[in-house]
Design a protein around this ligand. Structure first.
Ligand SMILES: O=C(O)CCC(=O)C(=O)O
Length: 274
């Protein structure tokens, strides 16, 4: 995997300025093979937080899942013992790093579902600035297979958009409306009004983005290539627990109350390693 020492100043300043950057070859071929095996197992037998979406236009399949590390040692290893927590500390400029949770997004060939434009932090029961995600590609990812797109600088808008499900989640609840949140503008039909940044990725490359950066992705129009992405969310020193109307209840904790630091079995400190 990419060594934390190889992170360039440019990557850190790009992350700070745009709210997103990317890392080439973040996970090596051995790591990718391990992750691929774990992903197949999750698709075969998803845990309690499975939230796949119904395929639009009737083809393909969009498999989503949360909190995989809690049930699978391969995902746990990536979240805890890979170089990722230390790399996160570099981006977050933090003395410690907590694991918020991990998440899987698999768009099988021909899955035309878009991932709607959104920013992540309104979904999450935390407040603070030091909040970020890695999104690791398991397949070649290009615009026509569902590369993520990001609105440059949107993490500094200080705008919290109302969470919505990414698609028809087959019976799961919509998110409760929060009067302090605003509706997401129609970015897709006004793309020219925004500075949209994106990169094609090779397997093992990763997007790195801030918890408030607005992002989304197109469907996977390829008929033979999958689009598997594994996301890990980390927080830094200033993040505290904070439930709000509209947060994802599956990410909440029964043992935290608002304002508490996260450190716990549920949101473990993963760096410095104990
Ligand atoms: O993989 C996707 O399409 C969406 C990913 C995403 O929204 C995220 O990781 O926050």
């Amino acid at each position: 995997m990419t060594s934390p020492n190889r992170l360039s100043e440019n990557q850190i300043s790009e992350y700070q300025d745009l709210g997103v950057t990317m890392i080439r070859q973040c996970v090596d071929t051995h790591g990718l093979a391990e992750l691929s095996r774990a992903i197949e197992e999750d698709i075969r037998s998803p845990g309690p937080f499975y939230h796949g979406y119904k395929s639009e236009e009737g083809s393909g399949r969009f498999h989503g899942n949360l909190r995989l590390w809690e049930h699978d040692s391969t995902f746990r290893k990536f979240c805890f013992s890979s170089p990722l927590p230390q790399i996160a500390a570099g981006f977050l400029e933090s003395q410690k790093v907590n694991l918020l949770y991990d998440q899987l997004f698999v768009k099988e060939p021909g899955t035309l579902n878009r991932t709607r434009w959104h920013n992540d932090q309104p979904y999450w029961p935390i407040r603070g600035w030091q909040v970020m995600s890695f999104w690791i590609a398991l397949d070649p990812v290009s615009r026509d297979s569902g590369a993520l797109e990001f609105i440059a600088g949107s993490h500094r808008w200080d705008r919290w958009f109302q969470p919505k499900a990414f698609g028809d989640t087959a019976g799961q609840d919509e998110y409760t409306a929060n009067p302090d949140y605003e509706p997401m503008p129609d970015i897709q039909n006004h793309r020219g009004d925004y500075e949209i940044v994106s990169w094609s990725l090779e397997p093992g490359d990763a997007y790195v983005f801030h918890g408030l950066t607005v992002h989304g992705s197109g469907g996977n129009q390829h008929q033979s290539r999958r689009r598997r992405g594994y996301a890990i969310r980390y927080t830094g020193d200033d993040a505290v627990y904070d439930t709000r109307v509209g947060t994802n209840t599956g990410l909440c904790s029964e043992t935290h109350h608002d304002g508490m630091i996260l450190d716990s079995d549920r949101y473990p400190v993963v760096w410095p390693a104990s």
